[in-house]
Design a protein around this ligand. Structure first.
Ligand SMILES: *Cc1c(COP(=O)(O)O)cnc(C)c1O
Length: 396
């Protein structure tokens, strides 16, 4: 049998080794992709006694187990188990359903991923759960928003689209004093750049569609839970019959192996483009917590070890046509939702209509960028041509 390491290893080594068991698969490096529903028992006695390592496709196969084990090992010792879901949003919905129900109250940041808000205002409300939105920068003052029935605090840092940072250790310590649990959407930093469990998070959600997949070709989500919250999580997932297609699980596992090198490049190129944009006369401000100018920079520096390739900018006031001219001129940036793939993206966004605890008044048109794995020199040249088109449109 091949020697198993008993010493702690660093995150990049963990990404390569986690969830692997070549000896179980005739020595092949990767596990097989089991397309499976029914599992056959050798005898009636075995079936009656449920004597099998697996029992049904929905409840998991060796492919499921390899991905769950890999994700759990990456999260470290405080992670008791992982649930795999068919999308990031499904992971968010399941985590909230596991955490609270009828008659319960949850706290959710105003800057949360918008579909999370839709879930809270729709299904969750219909089930009798109440949501209060809070200013993401609230810090210790969150204590004032607790009610006797507050069961969970949701956090997401930086905020979707507008990149507010949250003081998660402080919020978690208040929540735990109040006997509430902390759920985090950690899609932006991933466990490589934010160690959620070590900062007080009880359930960590990731939209694996983004960086875990990394190639814009799968929908996938996962929730990692500590020992206290895992039973409710697993029960919710099993009761709702949720499972992931085997090919998507396989691609998620494959994506994990290169997550470290991809994220490092997204971080480096993203910061370089953000710094370039910060110097541009057309740009009012850049929202990227790794920039010294960012209001949340001190929190990022204290709690995070990196950044991904996603950030936003606000342009100085200009006409809609000029902004469209800028975006239409870009050749390397696709105009599309989602992010985390190898390709660069840009989208216009406006949070004005749906924020309720804070006011969104950025002072100009806002654009979110995803910096992909292209050469940043080419991306900067593309943006420069875009600004040329913007200026030409302004002159018209
Ligand atoms: C994209 C995204 C999700 C949802 O993931 P899907 O796989 O698209 O459902 C959740 N949270 C954040 C922060 C996201 O950006």
């Amino acid at each position: 049998m091949k020697k198993k390491l008993k010493v702690p290893i660093k995150p990049d080594s963990r990404l390569v080794t986690s969830g692997r068991d070549p000896e179980a698969y005739y020595g092949f490096v990767n596990p097989p992709v089991y397309h499976a529903s029914t599992l056959l028992y050798p005898t009636a006695e075995d079936q009656v006694a449920h004597r099998a390592r697996y029992n049904y496709g929905r409840r998991g196969t060796p492919t499921t187990e390899a991905l769950e084990n890999a994700l759990r090992e990456i999260d470290g010792e405080s992670c008791a188990g992982v649930a795999l879901l068919p999308s990031g949003l499904a992971a968010i919905a399941v985590a909230l359903l596991a955490a609270a129900g009828s008659g319960d109250h949850v706290l959710v940041p105003d800057s949360v991923y918008r579909p999370t808000r839709n879930f809270c205002n729709g299904v969750f409300k219909r089930l009798g759960a109440e949501t209060t939105y809070y200013d993401p920068m609230i810090g210790a003052d969150i204590v004032k928003l607790f009610k006797p029935n507050t069961r969970a605090v949701f956090v997401e840092a930086p905020g979707s689209q507008s990149f507010e940072m949250q003081d998660i250790p402080t919020i978690a310590s208040v929540a735990h004093d109040k006997r509430a649990i902390v759920l985090m959407d950690n899609t932006w930093a991933t466990p490589l750049y934010f160690r959620a469990f070590e900062k007080g998070v009880d359930m960590q959600i990731q939209a694996g569609t983004k960086y875990i997949g990394g190639h814009s070709d799968i929908m996938f989500g996962c929730v990692s839970a500590n020992a206290a919250t895992l039973p409710a999580l697993k029960d919710t997932v099993y009761s709702m019959g949720l499972c992931v297609g085997p090919d998507d699980m396989y691609l998620a596992l494959r994506g994990l192996r290169t997550l470290g090198v991809r994220l490092a490049r997204h971080f480096q190129s993203g910061l370089r483009v953000a710094r370039w944009l910060e110097q541009r006369p057309e740009v009012l401000r850049v929202m990227h917590p790794a920039l010294e100018s960012d209001p949340g920079h001190h929190i990022w520096k204290r709690d995070f070890t990196g950044a991904c390739g996603l950030f936003s900018i606000v342009l100085k006031p200009t006409s809609e046509q000029s902004v469209h001219a800028f975006l239409n001129e870009l050749a390397l940036f696709g105009l599309g939702y989602s992010w985390g793939g190898f390709e660069s993206l840009a989208i216009l966004f406006d949070c004005t209509e749906y924020r309720t605890a804070t006011k969104w008044a950025p002072g100009g048109p806002a654009i979110r960028f995803h910096i992909g794995l292209e050469d940043p020199d080419d991306l900067i040249a593309d943006l420069e041509r875009g600004f040329g088109a913007l200026a030409a449109a302004e002159r018209r």
